[in-house]
Design a protein around this ligand. Structure first.
Ligand code: MN9
Length: 292
């Protein structure tokens, strides 16, 4: 089983000034993202600040995004949670709202035995008819599933691939080689060219909210063998990421979108506002690269 498309924005969640979910901010953000040629949306993951939201809020976001985008974009719902119960509840919402796949980080906070993690993924797979993509992001989830264990999890036909957000391109290549029927989506935006050159089915990342065309372009350039163009595009991404590391990735992306009149509001605390110095750099980058 495969899902349509290869380049997915790890969609941000618009908030209002009181840090409440802004349902009216959802459509303009989706329209902007899709205008850049991105194939689909990965909803309610790390970039969506889902781990700062209640299960009810996450359900609301999944439903509102589907209302606006189900007929025009490929949709992956991130349903990973600390408890299997919550992940299953979110999977059911995705299953009844037109999503094309679900994805989940391993259960977080507590350190679980591998068998318990495997049971969690099985419960998610059982909860709907949707294909499941494992979200491997050890730096944030706290769980680094070793290569053999990932291979073991993927023996289940319903698990169709991995969103791989880590810098280890050796592990990435080993997984790809041993699992040729599965799909791999690379999630470290500043290394997307390297993953494309290694061979990836696509990418899912936070900066795709702002510059999705860059990753569409890298993928096409690598396919056409135009490495110089691919490098130039990766350099554009990297210049942005360098500034975002100063602003904070999510607060910076939201600031940039607000500056382009896409009303996504602030991040939810404890994310804080970027420093004036970092904002000045980001404003200049946005004005030079994204405004006409
Ligand atoms: O999975 C994101 N990773 C994290 C996606 O949030 C850790 C990436 O898109 C990064 O935000 C991006 C910038 O470092 O590569």
């Amino acid at each position: 089983m495969k899902i349509t498309g290869s380049i997915f924005a790890a969609m941000l969640t618009p908030f209002d000034q009181n840090e409440e979910i802004s349902t009216k901010g959802i459509a303009p953000l989706i329209d902007y993202i899709l205008s850049k040629g991105v194939d689909g949306l990965y909803v309610g993951g790390s970039s969506g600040e889902a781990m700062l939201q209640s299960c009810e809020e996450r359900s609301l976001v999944l439903k509102e995004v589907a209302k606006h985008a189900a007929d025009k974009s490929s949709l992956i719902a991130h349903v990973g949670a600390a408890s299997t119960k919550e992940a299953v509840a979110l999977t059911k919402i995705a299953g009844s709202n037109g999503y094309h796949a679900v994805s989940a980080v391993p259960p977080f906070y507590y350190k679980h035995a591998f068998d318990d993690i495997a049971d969690y993924y099985k419960a998610i797979a059982d909860a709907s008819n949707l294909p499941l993509i494992i979200y491997n992001i050890p730096a944030l989830s706290g769980t680094d599933i070793p290569t053999e264990k990932l291979q073991q999890l993927m023996e289940d036909d319903r698990i169709i691939g991995v969103k791989f957000t880590a810098p280890d391109l050796f592990q990435f290549a080993q997984l790809r080689k041993s699992l040729p029927s599965k799909s791999f989506y690379f999630g470290t935006d500043e290394m997307f060219l390297a993953a494309s050159a290694t061979g990836t089915d696509g990418g899912i990342g936070s900066t795709y909210n702002l510059i999705g065309d860059v990753y569409v372009g890298i993928q096409a350039a690598v396919k056409n063998g135009d490495m110089q163009l691919a490098r130039n595009l990766q350099q554009k991404s990297n210049t942005l990421v360098e500034i975002l590391l100063e602003t904070g990735v999510l607060p910076g992306l939201k600031h940039a979108l607000n500056r382009l009149d896409i009303p996504v509001g602030p991040c939810r605390r404890p994310f804080s506002k970027p420093s004036a110095q970092a904002i000045a750099k980001l404003n200049q980058w946005v004005d030079n690269n994204l405004t006409n």
